[in-house]
Design a protein around this ligand. Sequence first.
Ligand code: GCV
Length: 705
Amino acid sequence: MKRLGLLMIVHALLLAGARSSCLYAESGAEGWLRYSALQEQAAKKYERLPASTVALNDSLVLKTAQQELIRGVRGMLGRSLRTGAGPFAEPAILLGRFEQLHTLAPALTIPSNIREDGYWLGHEQVHGFECLLIASSTDRGVLYGVFALLSKIARGEDILALDELQQPSAPLRWVNQWDNLDGRIERGYAGASIFFGGGNVRGDLTRAGAYARLLASVGINGCAINNVNADPRILADSFLPQLVRVADAFRPWGVQLSVSVDLSAPKTIGGLDTFDPLDSQVAEWWRRKVADIYKQVPDFGGFVVKADSEGRAGPSSYGRSPADAANVIARALQPHGGVLFYRAFVYDHHLDWRNLKNDRARAAYDIFHPLDGKFENNVVIQIKHGPIDFQVREPVSPLLGGLQHTNEAIELEITQEYTGQQRHLCFLVPMWKEVLDFDMHAGGQSTPVKDLVAGRAFHRPTGGFVGVANVGMDVNWLAHPLAMANLYGLGRLAWNPDLSANTIVDEWTRLTFGNDPLVVRTITRMQLSSWHVYESYTGPLGVGTLTNIVGNHYDPGPESSERNGWGQWHRADHEGIGMDRTVATGTGFIGQYAPEVQKLYEPLPACPDELLLFFHHVPYTHVLHSGKTVIQHVYDAHYEGAEAAGAYVSQWKLLEGHVDDERYTDVLTRLQYQAGQAIVWRDTINEWFYRGSGISDVKGRVVKR
Ligand code: GCV
């Protein structure tokens, strides 16, 4: 134990060192929008880029797009694009909406029928001049097209014969921030809020504007800025002028402001003696409140609601359903075009752990599936990707396949609450890809999650993606410079879930660190392996969380999930481990999936190793598909994982001199810390399993201290 304690202290000191380096120069602040000067040879490729740019309307967003284009070209190619010259005077980069382009050049064949915010990059003759065209049905789409063009230049791609149409997979591509009005962020690991402090919106919102720019660059179009554990004051009349300022900071980037609201607001701040969603005064309160907001923020996005969950107020206080609660607010939003995200993260956190049939994983489906079709058309059920809570490995939430007459959005957690809290490297895109590609077989058809959430599978009017981001005032936004690949990846997947993890991380690395092949190869390999590495030393075989769940959700704490009502149980005893969620003998959770999916999980021999302990309780001696026993797998995985984490340090050291010193040293310090902490995890978990099972490691490494 002494050795462990010492290691912890050394690592805490190392981490403190890593944190203080947040003060280094602004390199992290630009994220993946660095626009670093290209080397002479690389820049030659773009010699024929037109020397001017013309915006075909003067909207705020189009102006932003034009300024961004000028900024990017100046940074990367050292050239200042001219503006103001008409499109007929010289070759130009034309920015505008399809209809404007058509008026200008009726003979052009312009794509039609493209989804909102989709854009076209084309290279055409306009009035005798070679022009590069960036066009869309919306000004925001043109902005996205500009970012795409700049990304191509930064990554050295050809742009002179462009004819490329890009359209978003889903209409709603949002992030949620869990920021409190006092400036702290729930599950935020990168400093204070960029929006709030001392109970108010910050005076200086420069950083909020810079965040909106990053979001827009990957197609994110909405941001709820406050914690889903919402302070009702966010809706106070006196607070509205403060929200207006945030909306102003977002607007140039086409990011719609939204807030999380507490269902009790009509009572707590509204002066009513009830918040019963079926009470007509309550309905009227929401109607007026929403109308006031839209008067001052006409492009307001809508609300997010967490209710009847983890102590939050909810419709159950009046015997009403989530549909009653969602609909009363949704109706108020409807005339203004706003949406209401109602979170499916509703569960009883006082479950009786002694009852082996109890299962928190069942909650979302049990509550929301019977309500399918009872929600207004502008309600979106926001569903965490797994049935528990962002663990390192979970099966896909059955509710994603359980709503066919209701809009849905998938909630993915960018902030690494259970996956190393941005102190460990854990690139989550490979995990999200597995979820999005998973076929739920809903309604007897092939329905990958990505089609369900986009609304395509069942012809829903809307749907999408929500990433819980929790960026903070840290110069790197998410603290660990490599963690920004998760924010980038969320946006890219929301736009196009068919992109591979490899493509996404390759793009991000080139944009963030340049095109040096050694850098690109090393970072992409590290990132792509990192989720499995983290999983192997923290939560193997789908066991769920072995972290300290009653405390920081970070350190190893395998006992903490048991004998309490939170329902994150792994049910380890001296003979075996795992939750029996089968239909035959367990909690019946597997029965919430379509029959095709049940077949994958219900029979023990079919169940994939990586989810075995999520679905089945087995003896430690159970033999896996891999041929190893469960217990030996646990021992080996922890040694392999810790070794792989250690190897990241030497891999990163190859980049000395290839990456600027500030980021080189910052990342190195963090990886060294991670390597130490992985050993702490390895020894704590292996020893705990050894004590519990009494079964020795065949390689003789695990000892009782
Ligand atoms: C905002 C988990 C987190 C909570 C979070 C909650 C949620 O339980 O630990 O901090 O609360 O999820 O998603 O609502």
